[in-house]
Ligand binder design. Structure first.
Ligand code: DQA
Length: 147
């Protein structure tokens, strides 16, 4: 199965950005490691990152017909973007919301997500392992869907 892994703004800075919060792994190294694990689960992942809200909307729209699931860390757009919410709802592809940090243990404005109530699962505060966990959730659900 094909899964799209979408990363939003500033996640391209992973490894150097607030390492105390987000760790020292680069997005590229996370991508490589996670892809290897995904492969053993029969999941092929495509990774995309954009700092632009509209580009993320485009990528979600274009996912229709190609991807059976989406893993999305929308970064700060999580807390602001009705457009990304509408796109995910519009395409109807099951998705797992990921946050590297525990957004509930930080500033209050990070506690609200425009995605959580329509997500098929949420992983927060698991560090970069969250991407792998999200893929595992999608793999098990898509291969053996709940009745
Ligand atoms: C984040 C949490 C967001 O609040 C923040 O804006 C990010 C990263 C995370 O992965 O912990 O950019 O989504």
């Amino acid at each position: 199965i094909d899964v799209l892994v979408l990363n939003g703004p500033n996640l391209n800075l992973l490894g150097t950005r607030e390492p105390g919060v987000y760790g020292r792994d680069t997005l590229e190294s996370v991508e490589k490691r996670t892809q290897e694990v995904a492969q053993t689960l029969g999941v092929r992942t495509t990774w995309q990152q954009s700092n632009h809200e509209g580009t993320l909307v485009d990528l979600i729209q274009e996912a229709r017909g190609t991807y059976k699931g989406i893993v999305i860390n929308a970064g700060a757009y999580t807390h602001t973007s009705i457009a990304i919410r509408d796109a995910l709802k519009g395409v109807g592809i099951p998705f797992i919301e990921v946050h590297i940090s525990n957004v509930h243990a930080r500033e209050e404005f990070r506690a609200h997500s425009y995605l959580s109530d329509i997500a098929d699962g949420i992983i927060v505060g698991a560090g970069v392992l969250g991407y792998e966990l999200a893929i595992r959730i999608l793999a098990s659900r898509l291969m053996d869907p709940p009745k």
